[in-house]
Design a protein around this ligand. Structure first.
Ligand code: 5GP
Ligand code: ZN
Length: 115
């Protein structure tokens, strides 16, 4: 759970490297994805280092709830009618950064299954 020294999202959350921050709480930080998949593509991360969503749920359930509430705040700020909230877990599911992050994606039409 302690901050990993080479974790990019730990560093953005701590303000050690720049991020396009759009919202924050005591427990979590929201910033724009570097390679957005939609007009709004924001990542909500816990301030503490956890590998994935289930690890946050296990160690810090209040933080997980806080992340979803921050996602809602960001969606309101961006005037989204609706949004997709996604956690990828594991390399096989295309998780590439192993600091839990909630993708908040909106501002374009969606199909199901996701594409
Ligand atoms: P994952 O594939 O792990 O679910 O998502 C990682 C996301 O982080 C990707 O959408 C990628 O574009 C984004 N990302 C990777 N490195 C950085 C970075 O340094 N800054 C920001 N803002 N986003 C990043
Ligand atoms: Zn981290």
């Amino acid at each position: 759970m302690s901050a990993s020294t080479d974790c990019i999202f730990c560093k953005i959350a701590a303000g050690e490297i720049p991020g396009d921050i759009v919202g924050e709480t005591e427990l979590s930080v929201a910033f724009r994805d570097l390679m957005p998949q939609a007009p709004t593509h924001v990542l909500v991360v816990p301030r503490g280092h956890h590998e994935n969503a289930a690890a946050v749920a296990e160690a810090a359930p209040d933080t997980l709830a806080d992340m979803f509430l921050l996602a809602r705040t960001v969606a309101e700020q961006e005037a989204l009618e609706g949004y997709r909230a996604v956690f990828n877990t594991g390399a096989a599911a295309q998780q590439t950064v192993f600091h839990a992050h909630l993708h908040v994606i909106g501002g374009r039409p969606f199909t199901w299954p996701p594409g």
